[in-house]
Write a protein that binds this ligand. Structure first.
Ligand code: 13P
Ligand code: SF4
Length: 347
């Protein structure tokens, strides 16, 4: 029963004290997030992982790339565990390191040594290492603009992995036109359209988030007609067209802060993952908050971390058999750390 599992988490947390640290991403279920020692967006969780020196065990309530990032940012003595190893991220899986290395050769041929790779943290450790090795950095949705600005002080052109939407939306914010961007399709191993060196400033990797692609311009048009009082706020993993049609766009942290600061009685339609939208609805009862897409849009992999998996994962620590340890090999971790540190120094 739920109460028994909840009680067990409380007992284990009390027994372990500072030796156990549970970070939780905003997209986690309430049944899990209630036990998080820190909650946040991807940037905040990377920052707390880097700072926490006391915990022997970090039980990461989020997805695989976040646990990898925590492992890279913490010393070997700290063990990072993911309560369910199947909690991956389909977007991170859209950029494979072998595809990227092959593509890089094509880019060098087309544009010479003029490209700096940036990767959204929603990527594998190997992709972060690739960026670290080539002078590039990681970005999150809260610092993508500042990081892209920095990147252009280093090189003439940017390769943005793996989310074409965050890349496009951020480049547009910096005044780069759509004509100055080209999409690279890793499946076809080809550019979509012409890669004219006279024009191209940003190469967008053709990846996307399967949750955020479900928010559409049709959702926005429908709602604006039905009730024009709704303000529309979306995550920048949504498409360019959706971000342009919305009133605001921002990371999960920025969505929460915007709604917190909004006037009482205001109406908000939110284009991001379901667990966060549900939590906003429950906690900000002085506002009317709905999901921009009535289908709600859950992230199925985030949802794999549930209370039973959390309890099981903690019990494994109790019996001295931590399971689902996330450990990045040393060579990859060292290079990925370069990319993460270039971001954290500027974040
Ligand atoms: P942020 O929390 O950084 O906005 O990222 C959203 C996300 O998709 C995490 O997987
Ligand atoms: Fe990945 Fe999208 Fe889920 Fe975030 S919401 S973990 S980007 S699939």
């Amino acid at each position: 029963p739920t109460e028994v599992m909840e009680e067990r988490v409380r007992e284990i947390k009390a027994d372990f004290g500072e030796r156990l640290f549970i970070p939780g991403h905003h997209y986690q279920k309430d049944e899990v997030i209630q036990f998080a020692d820190a909650t946040g967006d991807s940037l905040q969780l990377a920052q707390v992982a880097a700072k926490n020196k006391a915990a022997k065990f970090i039980v990461f309530c989020g997805v695989h790339f976040m646990a990898e990032t925590a492992d890279i940012l913490t010393p070997d003595e700290q063990t990072v565990v993911l309560p369910d190893r199947r909690a991956g991220c389909s977007m991170a899986d859209m950029a494979d390191i072998h595809q990227t290395e092959r593509a890089w050769d094509v880019f060098q041929e087309a544009f010479g040594n003029t490209i700096l790779p940036l990767t959204y943290v929603n990527s594998t450790a190997a992709i972060k290492a690739f960026c670290g090795e080539h002078g590039g950095a990681t970005v999150t949705s809260s610092n993508a603009k500042a990081m892209l600005q920095w990147a252009f002080t280093q090189k003439e052109r940017i390769l943005f992995l793996p989310d074409q939407h965050l890349g496009r939306n951020t480049a547009v914010e910096l005044g780069i036109s759509l004509e100055e961007m080209v999409v690279w399709d890793p499946i076809k191993h080809a550019f979509e359209g012409e890669a004219d060196p006279e024009k191209v400033k940003v190469i967008l990797w053709k990846g996307h988030c399967s949750v955020h692609e479900k928010f559409t311009v049709a959702n926005i048009e429908y709602l604006r007609k039905k009730d024009p009082e709704y303000h529309i706020i979306v995550h920048p993993e949504c498409s360019y067209e959706v971000v342009q049609a919305a009133d605001h766009a921002g990371s999960t942290k920025s969505i929460i802060e915007t709604l917190e600061a909004a006037p009482k009685g205001s109406k908000w339609a939110v284009g991001t993952e379901m667990n966060l939208v549900n939590r906003l609805q429950k906690t900000m009862t002085d506002k009317e908050i709905i999901s921009l897409n009535p289908m709600m849009c859950p992230c199925l992999t985030m949802n794999r971390i549930d209370l039973p998996h959390l309890v099981w994962s903690l019990e494994q620590l109790v019996v001295g058999e931590p399971t689902n340890i996330i450990k990045v090999d040393e060579h990859t971790a060292n290079l990925a750390l370069l990319a993460l540190e270039r971001m954290l120094q500027r974040a």
